[in-house]
Write a protein that binds this ligand. Structure first.
Ligand SMILES: [Zn+2]
Length: 409
């Protein structure tokens, strides 16, 4: 099958005017000028751009039901409390949880997202609900084990890395949650299991100043928060240093590790991220909603850190669309290169999830995961600038060479 459009933007090469993509089964067979890439059957998208499917490096689809229930404010620690109250107040049973992740999957696909890095606290329910596609899921099982719930560490890790429900479209990763909810032994054990199982690791880190105060001094609002949750006990050993050097000492940084957020990083942190090949997922609209300092991605990338984009959950974000995130960054960081921005939501995110050999660009032999977006007729000539400055949604999505029927997916 051949798909043609005014532009094909492969991401790993320059945009191709009047381009075409030949799909063979679930793979991309050829990409190039439509004069040379020929065959039947064919479909012409005319005034549109064919892009690789977007990759959402960081989300929590199981929180889809909390959309707009816990509006973010500039006080993240207070929001965490309200989120926890809401999670209890809107506690959902297994059927409702399945429905929440299915809604999240549908919304992702409708936005042209074909792969997600998804955090799940209830993997025994969410994985069987998500493992038959069409969305590709890297399912990070969440581990929280600190203070009074420290004893659950082994059980949490076992559930997180359980591969029973892994399929062609769902692979397994582990997410030791954050430096304030997992202790050193927990990080060490999680990473050892990830290495043994060749799995990716996702950690929430350097999200707020309160987190930094807690890891450096053992005090502040996060300590109060752990107290209020009834988790505090006197056996908790606080890191006594900032999160990045501590995670490094725990052996938790490296090319299989993706840090969600990385909002507050100094020069030493950046050096450790470069040295270890650790990835950072920037979540632009969630970041803006909490009123953080500007994200340092423009320092990180030239320094050699792989940065990518995530939406985080619908509890803190208006949509699960990576295109919306990229448009947000385009509006607020006008100097950022358009090509680079597109990489953050495709190829660089695939690299962070350990699947760049197979996804993230329109390249022969990769999976035929594609998103098609109409051009704005009065918009800029450059196709990437055109789609980043328009408000058009995705008009067609292909996963593994098959067009997704949004009404049925
Ligand atoms: Zn998150």
């Amino acid at each position: 099958m051949i798909l043609r459009a005014r532009w094909v933007v492969p991401v790993d090469g320059p945009p191709i005017k009047n381009g075409a993509v030949r799909i063979n089964g679930d793979r991309i067979a050829e990409v190039g000028d439509a004069k040379h890439v020929t065959g039947q059957p064919s479909l012409d998208f005319v005034d549109a751009v064919i892009l690789p499917g977007f990759v959402n490096a960081h989300t929590h689809l199981e929180l889809t039901h909390l959309h707009a229930r816990v509006p973010p404010t500039s006080d993240f620690t207070d929001w965490l409390r309200r989120l926890r109250n809401a999670t209890n107040g809107f506690a959902i049973d297994d059927d409702q949880l399945r429905s929440s992740v299915h809604q999240g999957m549908r919304q992702s696909l409708a936005a042209g997202v074909t792969t997600v890095g998804d955090i799940t606290a209830r993997p025994t329910v969410t994985r069987p609900a998500m493992n038959r596609g069409p969305l590709n899921v890297v399912s990070f099982g969440e581990v929280i084990a600190v203070g009074r719930i420290r004893r659950h560490l082994a059980d949490r890790i076992e559930a997180a890395i359980d591969t029973t429900h892994a399929t062609d479209t769902l692979s397994i990763g582990i997410s030791p949650h954050a430096p304030y909810t997992v202790e050193a032994e927990g990080f060490q054990a999680s990473v050892e299991h990830a290495e043994r199982g060749d799995m990716p690791v996702c950690i929430h880190a350097c999200e707020t100043r309160d987190e930094q105060e807690y890891t450096e001094s053992g005090g502040g609002r996060f300590r109060d928060y752990l107290h209020d949750l009834g988790l505090w006990d006197d056996g908790i050993r606080c890191p006594q240093m900032s999160p990045i050097p501590w995670l490094y000492n725990c052996g938790a940084l490296g090319p299989r590790t993706l840090l969600a957020h990385g909002n507050y990083l100094d020069a030493t942190d950046i050096e450790l991220l470069v040295q270890t090949g650790t990835h950072i997922a920037y979540c632009p609209r969630t970041h803006a909603a909490f009123g953080h300092d500007p994200h340092p991605f423009e320092q990180l990338i030239p320094a050699g850190v792989n940065v990518c984009i995530g939406t985080d959950s619908l509890a803190s974000n208006p949509s699960l669309s990576i295109l919306d995130e990229l448009r947000h960054v385009r509006r607020h960081r006008e100097d950022t290169s358009r090509e680079l921005l597109l990489q953050l939501g495709t190829l660089r995110a695939a690299a962070a999830l350990g699947c760049a050999d197979d996804r993230g660009s329109i390249t022969a032999s990769k999976r035929a995961d594609l998103a098609i977006i109409p051009l704005s007729s009065d918009g800029p000539v450059d196709p990437v600038e055109n789609i980043l400055t328009s408000t058009h949604g995705v008009i067609a999505v292909y996963v593994a060479g098959r067009r997704i029927d949004m009404k049925r997916s």
